[in-house]
Design a binder for this molecule. Structure first.
Ligand SMILES: [Zn+2]
Length: 186
């Protein structure tokens, strides 16, 4: 009967179990048992079983990789790692898409994408807040227009520039210097 029973139990688990932790427990235990059997008596395995076991062992590694990525997701805090984790999970999804465990992988991909969007959004907000603060600092010591009015930083289609405070009565404008530009955007 063995190793057929154990192999069938693993195949059934792959086709029925939705939880990666439950699934890996069954597969790891079963493979361990069969490795012991293999060491004792190789002749009890036929060629077809060996091929099946190789495939299941590959699937075991894929599931373990998934669990590892999932456990480390909460530590991801930069765009490169997000992209890497998402593309790794997509590869995993494709490899196990005939099994119900794919749903768990799909769920992680969706939640990673959501967190990624939140991260880029909050970064953008922080950047805008930072620029506003720097503008306020620059306007604290403003240049003056030819008519002697204070200038303020305005935003036009081509970016930021100094414009007269008395606009539209006074049209005087001045480009930001290289230094000012660097201060604003670094
Ligand atoms: Zn002016």
């Amino acid at each position: 009967m063995e190793p057929d029973n154990t192999i069938q139990r693993m195949i059934q688990a792959l086709q029925e179990v939705h939880s990666e932790n439950e699934l890996i427990l069954i597969i790891t235990k079963s493979l361990e048992f069969l490795r012991g059997l293999w060491l004792k008596n190789r002749d009890s395995f036929n060629e077809e079983q060996i091929i099946l076991l190789k495939r299941i062992a590959e699937t075991e590694i894929i599931i373990l990789t998934f669990i590892n990525i999932k456990n480390n997701i909460k530590n991801i805090d930069n765009i490169d790692d997000f992209n890497r984790a998402i593309s790794d999970l997509i590869i995993i999804y494709k490899k196990i898409q005939q099994f119900p465990i794919r749903k768990s992988v799909g769920k992680e991909i969706r939640s990673l994408r959501e967190s990624f969007n939140e991260l880029t959004e909050s970064r953008q907000k922080r950047k805008i807040a930072d620029i506003k603060m720097k503008i306020a600092q620059m306007e604290h010591k403003p240049p003056f227009c030819h008519n002697g009015h204070k200038m303020i930083i305005r935003e036009g289609e081509s970016g930021y520039f100094w414009g007269c405070h008395n606009f539209p009565k006074c049209f005087f404008t001045k480009e930001l210097s290289k230094k000012e530009r660097k201060f604003l955007f670094s």
